[in-house]
Design a protein around this ligand. Structure first.
Ligand code: Z5A
Length: 210
């Protein structure tokens, strides 16, 4: 059986990832493709518990390496229990954040060494990497305004503007280094404009598969 395709969606807070996931899933299903949509950190019972630990506020600081290792512990569980089995069954996987986020937030944001993240990524998921990464790029102030209309801030959302700006620049550098995998979507457009650009990126991937 032919392997499924792996799509990740990335971007800053409030960039429109959840909104886009729903659109992409419906678009692919309309093409007759079986889609598993999932998220990180999370996607399995255990990984969702790790997500809660990661996003909740605590009375003690979380060391940046502890945070990174917890992201990768959740990821290992998710990759082995959900992502790899789905791809092996020929399904397409649509994942709201993946390892690029660890580079952006823990690498560029928390300033952890990128080569350490390279090693973790290799050990934890080998060559299970996205075929297409849709990067929703947005001015961080606009993203925060959008997201903060909704809920109280979790632990990571409470970070500084400098942290989020570093993460945004990290994403853009990764996209520049791997233009064949990344598609940068201008998330400042209205929802219809974002969806048009998403559709174009998906059509290019579908053409490559046909
Ligand atoms: N994290 C990490 O540090 N390291 C890792 O390795 C991984 C994750 C995997 C998970 O949060 C946190 O974990 C995240 C990174 C960290 N922390 N932060 N910050 P998440 O991904 O679940 O949460 P989030 O980034 O905070 O997502 P969000 O706030 O839910 O945003 P979103 O999904 O991108 O946006 P949305 O819900 O689709 O849209 C937000 C609002 O804007 C909503 O009212 C929409 O209707 C509206 N919207 C959406 N698109 C538009 C457009 N185009 N125009 C106008 N309004 C719009």
């Amino acid at each position: 059986m032919e392997l499924g395709r792996f799509i990740s969606i990335e971007g800053g807070e409030g960039a429109g990832k959840s909104t886009s996931v729903a659109f992409i899933k419906a678009y692919l299903q309309n093409q007759g493709i079986a889609v598993v949509s999932t998220r990180e950190p999370g996607g399995t019972q255990l990984a969702e518990q790790l997500r809660q630990l990661l996003l909740n506020h605590h009375d003690e600081d979380i060391d940046p390496y502890t945070e990174l290792l917890m992201m990768f512990a959740a990821r290992r569980q998710h990759v082995t229990q959900v992502i790899e089995p789905a791809l092996a069954a020929g399904k397409w996987v649509l994942c709201d954040r993946f390892t690029d986020c660890s580079y952006a937030y823990q690498g560029y944001g928390r300033k952890l060494p990128l080569d350490f993240i390279d090693q973790l990524a290799l050990w934890i998921h080998g060559d299970t990497n996205p075929d297409l990464t849709l990067l929703l790029d947005l001015d961080i102030k606009v993203g925060m305004q959008r997201a903060r209309q909704r809920n109280s801030l979790d632990r990571i959302e409470s970070e500084t503007m400098a942290f989020f700006e570093a993460a945004r620049q990290g994403y853009l550098q990764r996209a520049q280094a791997e233009p064949q995998r990344f598609s940068i979507i201008d998330a400042a457009q209205d929802i219809a404009g974002v969806q048009k650009q998403l559709q174009e990126a998906l059509q290019a991937l579908l053409k490559g598969v046909a």
